[in-house]
Design a protein around this ligand. Structure first.
Ligand code: SF4
Length: 425
């Protein structure tokens, strides 16, 4: 006789896999938050005027600082194979580095056009690294919109750095994923108060602070979209600490608990360090989630944050998830969040946008989380929407941001209620 106990989470829920037309931004978008984080890095997109416009529009114009990203524009003659794009790239890079001695890390970022003409940026990075080292390290990764979603840009960037990190046998904790400095400092202060250290970060703020890695490195991810970086670190012998992602009070506590257990922190000390920020987070969530309780939410696949956020909204804010769509479902990363997500929603991977829109319209959710391209038409149809991209531009991790995270979802509902009231008057 065997006992068949029902699972309470969604880990074993069958996944609806879809392939079709998608509505997503490209991986170049990641440059916007990565260039703010890595203070001596420069991101050189090798692309078209469209790529340059996307970056300018997303980043705004910087007036006071020297820019830390730019586009080497492939002109007609490059695209037609009439010019030696490699020679031109070498020349542009030499000019840039001569003018900007503050640059210590240079990322050559591939785009749709550079991939279409098969410009080998991996070889270019190797060649340029040997010319400009040791002052500058040159990396390459792809931010192209061919088969990607926008958060893959950060993943590709960090994964490109991993093979070049120095080797180490030290037992160290590595935190992986870009966070605003203020949030990173909160994370480090909680870990330090538990006696855990030294703690390394990837990405580091400066090239000189890059971590070393080896078989005694344990790493925790703060973003669920870092599948390639996870694989690259695992290849270097490092071990991943799987845990729910640090969104909301529950996610943050579970994430910290996994690290604390690994480093032998006592329950008492853990309680002592986390009690006050936990209480603050719970209070802030309770205030911000009043409009969310009893409401339904539908996620289109976009940021790859969908599963951890559905867990937060259902368990901590009282919402019901109808469908949780994600571009890619990496069970090794989001498995612990799936375990906690109450059964009920459709879990979908990939996208066939017309079919998904049909499901969304039939379900009439109170809140729809989606990309910019879908948000405006859905708003015009009377749906409340949240732009998924805001979730990566806004500080949302850890206890002190938990209330703001709930607030990001309650604001569109409040706005819709006001609009409906005005229309009724
Ligand atoms: S990389 Fe591709 S999708 Fe992104 S802006 Fe350039 S051309 Fe457009």
């Amino acid at each position: 006789m065997s006992l068949d106990l029902p699972s309470t989470g969604c880990r074993s829920t069958p996944v609806l896999k879809e392939r079709g037309q998608r509505e997503v931004f490209c991986g170049l978008t990641g440059i916007i938050w990565l260039h703010r984080k890595m203070q001596d890095a420069f991101f050189l997109v090798v692309g078209s005027r469209t790529c340059a416009h996307l970056l300018q529009a997303a980043a705004g114009v910087m007036i006071f600082a020297e820019p830390r990203f730019g586009t080497a524009i492939l002109e007609e003659k490059d695209l037609a194979g009439l010019a030696d794009a490699n020679a031109e790239l070498d020349r542009e890079v030499a000019r840039l580095l001569a003018r900007r001695p503050d640059i210590k890390q240079l990322f050559l970022v591939g785009s749709c056009p550079s991939e279409v003409i098969k410009l080998d940026l991996a070889r270019a990075a190797e060649r340029l690294s040997s010319v400009h080292s040791p002052h500058v390290r040159v990396y390459n990764y792809s931010g192209s919109g061919i088969e990607t979603t926008f958060t893959q840009g950060e993943d590709a960037c960090l994964a490109a750095m991993v093979p070049t990190l120095p080797a180490s046998t030290a037992r160290e904790l590595l935190i992986v994923g870009a966070m605003p400095d203020v949030v990173e400092d909160q994370c480090l202060s909680l870990l330090t108060a538990m006696g855990i250290g030294p703690v390394r970060m990837l990405p580091a703020r400066r090239a000189g602070d890059l971590p070393a890695v080896g078989a005694n490195t344990v790493f925790a991810l703060v973003q669920p979209f870092l599948g390639d970086t996870h694989a690259a670190l695992t290849r270097r012998g490092a071990r991943h600490l799987a845990a729910p992602f640090p969104f909301g009070e529950e996610g943050t506590t579970a994430w910290l608990r996994a690290i604390a257990d690994e480093f032998g922190v006592s329950r008492d000390l853990f309680e002592q360090v986390t009690a006050a920020p936990r209480a603050r987070a719970l209070k802030a969530i309770a205030t911000q989630s009043q409009e969310l309780r009893g409401k339904s939410v539908f996620f289109f696949p976009d940021s790859q944050l969908e599963i951890p956020l559905a867990r937060f909204l259902t368990r901590e804010c009282g919402m019901t998830a109808i469908e949780v769509g994600t571009p890619y479902l990496h069970e090794g990363l989001v498995g612990p969040d799936l375990d906690l997500l109450p059964q009920g929603p459709v879990i979908s991977e990939g996208q066939d946008v017309e079919k998904q829109l049909d499901r969304q319209r039939a379900a009439r959710p109170d809140l729809t989380v989606c990309g910019l391209g879908l948000a405006n038409p859905l708003e015009a149809e009377g749906f409340s929407t949240k732009w998924a991209i805001e979730l990566v531009f806004t500080p949302v991790h850890f206890y002190e941001q938990a209330g703001d995270l709930a607030g990001l979802f309650s604001r569109p509902l409040r706005r819709r209620a006001l609009l409906n009231k005005e229309a009724a008057e």
